[in-house]
Design a protein around this ligand. Sequence first.
Ligand code: SAM
Length: 375
Amino acid sequence: MERIEVLKWLREEEPARLEMLYCRADEARRCAVGDEVHLRGLLEISNHCVRSCAYCGLNAGRRDLARYRMSAAEIMECVREILSFGYGTVVMQSGEDYGIEAGWMAGLVRRIKSKTPLAVTLSLGERPEADLIAWKRAGADRYLLRFETSDPALYDRIHPRLAGRVSDRVVLLRRLREIGYEIGSGVMIGIPGQTFESLADDLELFRALDLDMIGVGPYLPHPATPLATAECAPEGRQVPNSEEMTYKVVALARLLCPEANIPATTALATLNTAQGRELGLSRGANVVMPNVTPAAYRRLYEIYPGKACIGETAAACQGCMAGRIRAMGRSIGVGPGGRKRLRTARRAARARDFGLRIDSASPACIPQSEIRNLQ
Ligand code: SAM
């Protein structure tokens, strides 16, 4: 799909035409990654952060927020819970917290990998390369780091550098790939100052980076952060931080990167508690990350207000998600659920088939038997 078509879809508002986009994305999802929905247990292990991101409720400047860091014993207890729920992955996320020492984290990863069949995903910010290598050697499988926006000026405005350090998340993602991680990235949708053009560039960058995982969600203003009162791009150029815009980006990400694992995010569920996840799953997504953080910590990991499921228990989230997925006629994925790669020749054909032209006929579906899992 050409950039001009991406831009056209981002600006599209006609419900019937958007329905066509969503149908094609759903078809591409089914053909490329199947009907399984993979569940990843999301564990928010620390809300300490050295960064001053202008959008994030965990930023270092917030003196009013009680900070926590989970112990290894607490984390292992949650890992046991994840296993009992049948999830295939534990995702450990935190602010950029150097109280999480590299050696300590490597030991924890080694313990999880030796005692469980779980895939381990880390999302711990822009850590030094030595830490990232140590965690990979300990057995970590995947690393999530959103580049947030591909517009360098906007990125610098919302993501101040640490003194004496460059912050280039795109370079870091490429390095993470070389180190051997599956890499995940993504953006917030509707950041003040984000234009349609820059969002189209973000989507192109997903494809250029050949991302294994793509997480996108609406930007949700936190009143205690500077970005909440920031100026928007001029009328007609500013991307809205709406539910509809998020679905469009999920669908376009699926069409541009058919093989990627794409979650229906918590931020989306925050905009539409009743149906956000289901609509995400029927418009290109194939992953959900139910929260397994203990309740007392969960309410302190308030990156934006009104976060979905903040008052739920891990067991309640598990039951709720399983029920929702089955009600959609989809199945729950078993095992780690890593990226599936299509055979190269088929891939080219598939890419041609999914090239999005509004009037073109439906692409022929590649049977699941043609898809092999390289994990
Ligand atoms: N520290 C790690 C990092 O920066 O990658 C992981 C934690 S960070 C809280 C996870 C993600 O939350 C960010 O990449 C950002 O996209 C998202 N986030 C933070 N504040 C947000 C907000 N106000 N609205 C929507 N998403 C937000």
